[in-house]
Write a protein that binds this ligand. Structure first.
Ligand code: MG
Length: 247
């Protein structure tokens, strides 16, 4: 069953999302060449705590940090540490906030300094793929319409969608039903209803879609070493259309 949120739940999720959006805005400005990924973690955590919220990822299934920082060929779940951000890197920042028991989740990929044009295009296409997926978050559509629209758009631009990781429902837990793949045939799966809240998150690889887990047991990296990008928003489905809660 996909949980339907009450009016009160939606208000709380909206607050959670607003906090996350504010934190993300400041983190985006903070990330630059020369700092470490651990610096990004410390800064993000400080901002979340200042808002009287809790970093949703810290301790989740044992994840050791408040933010996932995934650089270049890292797809998702990068663990912050001593790695220094370099000019020309692309850096994915994935943040989760728990505000009074209500969760929100969002991600962006940033281009640091002079980035190769194909990497810039990867970022642009992944960001657009998120917008396209969100446009499908309408009452009466099927869940797989989101998946299909993302895959179709991404593959039409010469990139591939990651298969091993998917979007998800979100609310009073970080991950709820349903799973939302970024690939698949259209018009399948449950019908979307007003009150559903979904984290839509295309993960797009420049080369093959295949991913593997690094030796740290967490970080997903591309098998071919090519770059990957990730964008995510938490979206409420309403009778008036999709509402992005993390904007
Ligand atoms: Mg997510």
């Amino acid at each position: 069953m996909i949980p339907l949120k009450s009016e009160k739940d939606l208000q709380m999720l909206s607050r959670s999302g607003k906090i996350l959006a504010g934190v993300m805005k400041r983190v985006r400005k903070f990330v630059r060449a020369g700092i470490t990924t651990a610096d990004i973690d410390r800064y993000s955590e400080e901002l979340i705590l200042k808002e009287k919220a809790i970093p949703a990822f810290k301790g989740y299934k044992g994840f050791p940090a408040s933010v996932c920082v995934s650089v270049n060929d890292e797809i998702v779940h990068g663990i912050p540490g001593a790695r220094v951000i370099l000019d020309g890197d692309i850096v994915s920042i994935d943040l989760g906030v728990n505000y009074q028991g209500y969760f929100s989740d969002a991600a962006v990929t940033l281009a640091i300094g002079r980035v190769q044009s194909d990497k810039k295009k990867l970022i642009e296409v992944t960001s657009q793929a998120l917008d396209i997926g969100i446009k499908q978050c309408c009452v009466g559509n099927n869940l797989s319409d989101i998946s299909h629209s993302i895959q179709n758009f991404v593959e039409g631009r010469g990139f591939q969608v990651v298969r091993q990781f998917v979007g998800h429902g979100i609310g009073q837990t970080l991950h709820e039903e349903p799973e939302i793949p970024n690939f698949g045939k259209p018009h399948l799966g449950p019908q979307l209803k007003s009150g559903m809240v979904l984290a839509i998150e295309p993960m797009v690889n420049m080369g093959s879609w295949e991913a593997q887990i690094a030796a740290n047991g967490w970080t997903a990296v591309t098998c071919d070493g090519a770059s990957s990008a990730h964008f995510e928003h938490t979206v409420a489905i309403t009778d008036k259309g999709p509402v992005i809660l993390t904007k």
